[in-house]
Ligand binder design. Sequence first.
Ligand SMILES: *[C@@H]1O[C@H](CO)[C@@H](O)[C@H](O)[C@H]1NC(C)=O
Ligand SMILES: *[C@@H]1O[C@H](CO)[C@@H](O)[C@H](O)[C@H]1NC(C)=O
Ligand SMILES: *[C@@H]1O[C@H](CO)[C@@H](O)[C@H](O)[C@H]1NC(C)=O
Ligand SMILES: *[C@@H]1O[C@H](CO)[C@@H](O)[C@H](O)[C@H]1NC(C)=O
Ligand SMILES: *[C@@H]1O[C@H](CO)[C@@H](O)[C@H](O)[C@H]1NC(C)=O
Ligand SMILES: *[C@@H]1O[C@H](CO)[C@@H](O)[C@H](O)[C@H]1NC(C)=O
Ligand SMILES: *[C@@H]1O[C@H](CO)[C@@H](O)[C@H](O)[C@H]1NC(C)=O
Ligand SMILES: *[C@@H]1O[C@H](CO)[C@@H](O)[C@H](O)[C@H]1NC(C)=O
Ligand SMILES: *[C@@H]1O[C@H](CO)[C@@H](O)[C@H](O)[C@H]1NC(C)=O
Ligand SMILES: *[C@@H]1O[C@H](CO)[C@@H](O)[C@H](O)[C@H]1NC(C)=O
Ligand SMILES: *[C@@H]1O[C@H](CO)[C@@H](O)[C@H](O)[C@H]1NC(C)=O
Length: 714
Amino acid sequence: MQSSNFLLLLLFAALMILHRCDARRSTIDGSSKLVDNGETLVSAGENFEMGFFSDDDGLNKYVGIWYYKLSPRTVVWVANWNNSIQGKRIMNEDNSVVVEDGNLKVISNGYTYFSTRLGSGSNRKVELLDTGNLVLVDESGVEMWQSFRNPTDTFLPGMKMDRSLNLIDSKNENYTFQLDQSSDKEYVIILPKQGKILWKGSAKLGKLSFGEMPRYVAYMLSNFTNKDVVDNSLESIGTFNKYRLLMNSSGEIQFYGWDKEINGWSLMWSAPNDTCDLYKYCGKFSICNSKREPVCKCLPGYKLNPPDNSKAGDFSGGCSRMSVSSCNEDNVEVLDTFLDLRSMKFKSPNKIISNNSTREDCRRFCLGNCTCQAYTYNDSVCWIWDTSLMPLQENYAGGFNISVRVSISDIEATRRNCKPCGINLIPYPLSSGPNCGDPLYYSFSCDDLAGQVSFHTSNGKYTVVNFDKDNKTFVIEAAHKESVGTCDDKGPVTGISWFNQSSPFKVINWCYNPEENLTSGPFSRGKDLILISWKPPLEPFCKTSEDCNDWPNSSCNMTKQGERRCICQTDYKWNGLILNCSSSSELGTQGSFITKLASSRNQRTLVISISVVLGVITLCSISYIIYQNTRVTRSREARDIVLGNHMEHFPRRESFGEDLITADEKRRIDVPFFSLNSILLATDNFSNAAKLGQGGFGPVYKAQKFSQASRLLC
Ligand SMILES: *[C@@H]1O[C@H](CO)[C@@H](O)[C@H](O)[C@H]1NC(C)=O
Ligand SMILES: *[C@@H]1O[C@H](CO)[C@@H](O)[C@H](O)[C@H]1NC(C)=O
Ligand SMILES: *[C@@H]1O[C@H](CO)[C@@H](O)[C@H](O)[C@H]1NC(C)=O
Ligand SMILES: *[C@@H]1O[C@H](CO)[C@@H](O)[C@H](O)[C@H]1NC(C)=O
Ligand SMILES: *[C@@H]1O[C@H](CO)[C@@H](O)[C@H](O)[C@H]1NC(C)=O
Ligand SMILES: *[C@@H]1O[C@H](CO)[C@@H](O)[C@H](O)[C@H]1NC(C)=O
Ligand SMILES: *[C@@H]1O[C@H](CO)[C@@H](O)[C@H](O)[C@H]1NC(C)=O
Ligand SMILES: *[C@@H]1O[C@H](CO)[C@@H](O)[C@H](O)[C@H]1NC(C)=O
Ligand SMILES: *[C@@H]1O[C@H](CO)[C@@H](O)[C@H](O)[C@H]1NC(C)=O
Ligand SMILES: *[C@@H]1O[C@H](CO)[C@@H](O)[C@H](O)[C@H]1NC(C)=O
Ligand SMILES: *[C@@H]1O[C@H](CO)[C@@H](O)[C@H](O)[C@H]1NC(C)=O
C-alpha cells in the first residue's frame, strides 16, 4: 500500500516535470500569456530567458531578459525599466505579459506598464530568440518590433549601433552611450540632463588615431560589418563565449566577456578610465596629466586663457600664445620655433600636407605658413594642424611626437632660464645645465628624448612630475616597492632628512597626494609623490655685464666674497622671493644678501654669513675634516650588510661640476626608481656628511662628492 503510494508520488512528480518541460516555450501569442508565477520564456537553444524579476531591494517588479541559468543573474534588457510594478518580491498572478491588440504589453490590475505601442493588428506573436532578441512578428512572419532596436543599458552581439540607437543607464537615466551624431566613427557618453559630452572615442582608424576603444568593441557595435575595424581577437580568446557592453550607472561604458574558466564576467575594457579621458577636460593648447596637480597645464610659451579667469584652475578656455608675433612669412624664421613634445596623445590632425617629404620639409612648411599651429612627421608623411590644437595628453603609451609653434622669445633659454624640457619650464633658480639658472640649484637634468626632467640626489635621480614656480615647490615620484618604506607623513624614519642644512631643497611632504580631492577613479599610480620646496636664491652669478640684462637695476660686480654677482644698484635691494631688484621703498622682508649679513640676528643666517666671510679656505678645511670623518663613519657603516646592499644600487658620480650629468644619464634609457626605504638607508650616509652644510656654499648633489670637490678646490 505504502509502496504504491510512493509510486504514485513518483509518477506525479515525473508528470509535473514533464508538464514543466512542455510548458517551456519561447513565444507568447494572443491566446497565451506569461504570468508572474515563476513561469518564463526560454529561447529555443536555451541561451536566454525572459520573465518577471525583482530589483535588489525587492520592492519593484520588472519584466526582463537574462542569460539562461547563468549565476549571478545578468539582466540584458528590461521592458518596463522606467515604470516598475510596485510590489513585494512575492509572485502575483495579476502581473502578466501579453500580446494584446497586436502589441506586447506588461500589465497588472488593468494598468499597462509597458507597451510596444504599435498600431493594432491581429495574430501577432513575440518570440525570444537565441541571440537575446525579443521580436514581435505578424502572422506572415514580418518583424514589427524587436528589443534589439529598443535596448536599455546593454548592447549584445547582433545589435547594431546606429544613429537612432542608444544605451541608457537604466537606474538613474544620467548617462547615454551612442554614436556621435556628427561623425559615424566616434562614440560618445552623454549627460542628457546637462546636454554635455562626458567622453568621446573611437577605435584606432588611421595612423595618427589613438583608439580610445578597442577594435573588437567597435566591430561588435557595427554588428560585425565595419571593415575598417575588423577584429578577430575576440574569437581567438577561447575562454570567452558571451559578450556584452553595459552603460553603467556611474557613467562608465563597460565591455564584459564571460570567462568559462573563472566562471564569471571579466571586465575587458571600460571608459572613461582617467581624468584626461574626459571630453575636453583641459582646453586647447594645454596638456593633461592626471598624475599631476593641477591636471591641466599650458604649454611652455602659452598662458591660460583668459588670463584672469574668475574660477581658478578653470582650463576650459584653454591656453594661447604669450606673444603672438605679427606673423609674416618673411621673418617667421626669427620669431617662431617649435616645442618638440614626446609621446603625446592628440586629436587627429586636420591635414596631410605631403606624402613623401623629409622632416625638415615638414618643419619648414609649417613654420613658413602662419596658419600652421603644429606638425608631426612620421614615415615620410607630414601632418599639419591649422586649427587650435586640442588638449594633449602627456606620457601616453603609444603616443606620437608633435611639434607645436611657439614664439622664440617666450621659451628661449637665457642666462636666467634654462630651456624648457619637453613641456616643463624649469623655473629660475632651478638649473638643468651649467649655463642657466643658479649653479647652487643645478640638480636637474633634462632627457630631451622623453621630454622629462630628473632631480638628482645622492641616491639617484627621480622624475619630476611638476614644478610650481609660485609656491617654489616641485613634485617627484618614487616607487614604493618595499613595504617598509610606505608613505608616512613624517618621512620614512624620523630623525633622518633627505637634504643637509645648506641644501636649498627641503622635503615638505613625503606623501603628497594631489589626487585626494580630484575625481575619484581607478587611477592607481603605484608611486609615492614627494613634495620638495626650494629656498629663494641670492643674487644671480654673472661673468659679464650682459649676464645681468635679465635682472633690471643690477650690474655684474664683485661681492665681498670674491664672487661676481648681479648686484642691485643703489636704492635697490635683491628680493629672492620675486627674483628682482626691488627699490628700497618697496623692499620686503628679503633684504640684500649683504644687508642681511650686517643686520641679521637670525642664528642660521649668521652661521652661513660667518662661513661665507671666512671664505673658501675655512670651508675647505672644514670640508676636508668632515670628509675624513665621513670616511671613518662610512667604513664603519659598510659593515652594515643592509646598507651595503642598498648602496650597491645607487649610481655614483665620479666627477663633479659640468659633467655632473653625464651624457649617458641624459639618454636615460632606464631610470631606476628607489623606494623611500632605500633612500633612507642611503640618506643616512648623506646626513653624516650634513655637517658640511653649514658652509652655506657648494652644491647639494652629494655630500660625498661635495667633500671630494672641496678637496679638489683646496
Ligand atoms: C519610459 O521610456 C520610454 C522610452 O524611452 C518612453 O517612451 C516612456 O514614455 C517612458 N515611460 C515613463 C513612464 O517614463
Ligand atoms: C546583425 O547581423 C546579423 C547577421 O548578419 C543580421 O541577421 C541582423 O539582422 C543584424 N542586426 C541588425 C540589428 O541589423
Ligand atoms: C544621477 O541621478 C541621481 C538620481 O536621479 C542623482 O541624484 C545624481 O545626482 C545623478 N548624477 C549625475 C552625475 O548626474
Ligand atoms: C561602473 O564602472 C566602473 C568602472 O568599471 C566601476 O568602477 C563602477 O563601480 C561601476 N558602477 C556600478 C554602479 O556598477
Ligand atoms: C585603463 O587604462 C590603463 C592605462 O591606459 C589600462 O592599462 C587599463 O587596462 C585600463 N582599464 C580598463 C578597464 O580599460
Ligand atoms: C603615401 O603614399 C603611399 C604610396 O604612394 C601610399 O601607399 C600611402 O597610403 C600614402 N599615405 C598617406 C597617408 O597618404
Ligand atoms: C597656408 O595654409 C593655408 C591653409 O592650409 C593655405 O590656404 C595657404 O595657401 C598656405 N600658405 C602658403 C604660403 O602655403
Ligand atoms: C611613427 O609611427 C610609429 C607607429 O605608427 C611609431 O611607432 C613611431 O614612434 C612614430 N615615430 C615618431 C617619431 O613619432
Ligand atoms: C600653492 O599655490 C596655490 C595658488 O597658486 C595655493 O592655492 C596653494 O595653497 C599653494 N600650496 C602650497 C602648498 O603652498
Ligand atoms: C580634500 O578635501 C577634504 C574635505 O573635503 C579636506 O579636508 C582636505 O584638506 C582636502 N585635501 C586637499 C589636498 O585639498
Ligand atoms: C661695483 O662695486 C663698487 C664698490 O662696491 C662700486 O663702487 C661700483 O660702483 C660698483 N659698480 C657697479 C657697476 O655697480
